[in-house]
Design a protein around this ligand. Structure first.
Ligand code: IPD
Ligand code: CA
Ligand code: CA
Ligand code: CA
Length: 262
């Protein structure tokens, strides 16, 4: 477990927003579901949780900037620190009552993510990582899986959906990997996919076109668990959101197989 003052702030904020999401989970019919685009839902639950996180995090660290999925960027006076927050990652799961969703909080200092937290209030799994301090699931230290044979690996992915992504490329990617791996999983919350890589549950994960708030906490989580995180085409990961991760070997193999397909 990480007990720094910074992590305590993040944990407290996540637990309060988590209680709000749990309350809302039982009242989905009252959540004023709307669509930001095709298959891109937003609800009162997302907005309430984001406002709580904004209020708690900026009260504890006045001046830090705040980037949230629902409210966009709110500049602070301290230009080197920014919170990057997804108040509800996995909204589609949430709306279907599937208990696979999370709050994701990261702190960026200049160009680096220095802390990350991913919290699933449905099962109370709390993932924490601080740069140089390791990664933890509740009080248990995390380490990525050690497999070095792709045909033994379970690989998680995200698939494009209506309105977003390149369907043909996704088919090619699945087709190229399918005969080489033990199995695919598509769970529907990017932050938890990365947390599961950090925990050694998934051997690897890739997805394209994510946003900074989906992956920022996951990046430090996987790295602090001894894994490797990269950008599928070699670009700037927080900008493109084309993520690939795993242990060094799995990351290398996924990159080698997927990169030429684009
Ligand atoms: C989504 C989830 C999902 C991924 C989508 C994301 P949201 O986030 O992380 O797994 O495939 O692309 O947008 O919108 O539920 O916060
Ligand atoms: Ca969303
Ligand atoms: Ca998200
Ligand atoms: Ca979200």
């Amino acid at each position: 477990m990480l007990h720094s003052a910074l992590m305590n702030v993040m944990v407290k904020a996540a637990r309060r927003a988590g209680r709000s999401l749990k309350r809302d989970l039982g009242e989905v019919e009252n959540l004023q579901v709307s669509m930001k685009g095709p298959a891109n839902f937003v609800t009162l639950a997302d907005k309430r949780a984001e406002e709580m996180l904004y209020s708690d995090l900026t009260k504890a660290r006045p001046g830090y900037g705040f980037l949230g999925e629902e409210g966009g960027i709110r500049e602070g006076t301290d230009k080197s620190h920014t919170w990057i927050v997804d108040p509800l990652d996995g909204t589609t799961n949430f709306l279907h009552g599937i208990p696979q969703f999370a709050i994701s909080i990261a702190l960026q200092r200049d160009d680096q993510i220095i802390a990350g937290l991913i919290y699933n209030p449905a099962n109370d799994e709390l993932y924490m990582a601080e740069r140089g301090g390791g990664a933890f699931l509740n009080d248990q230290r995390l380490r990525v899986a050690g497999r070095r044979q792709l045909n033994e690996c379970v690989i998680a992915c995200g698939l494009p959906h209506i309105g977003r992504g390149d369907f043909a490329l996704a088919q090619k990617e699945m087709g190229a990997l399918q005969p080489k791996v033990a199995g695919f999983r598509r769970f529907g919350a990017a932050s938890l996919d990365m947390a599961a890589v950090a925990a050694g549950r998934f051997d690897g994960y890739w997805e394209r076109n994510l946003s900074a708030w989906d992956i920022a906490a996951g990046i430090v989580m996987v790295k602090e668990a001894g894994g490797t995180v990269g950008e599928l085409d070699g670009g700037d990961l927080l900008k493109t959101g084309n993520v690939v991760c795993g242990n060094e070997f799995v990351h290398g193999e996924l990159t080698r197989i997927l990169r030429p397909l684009k």
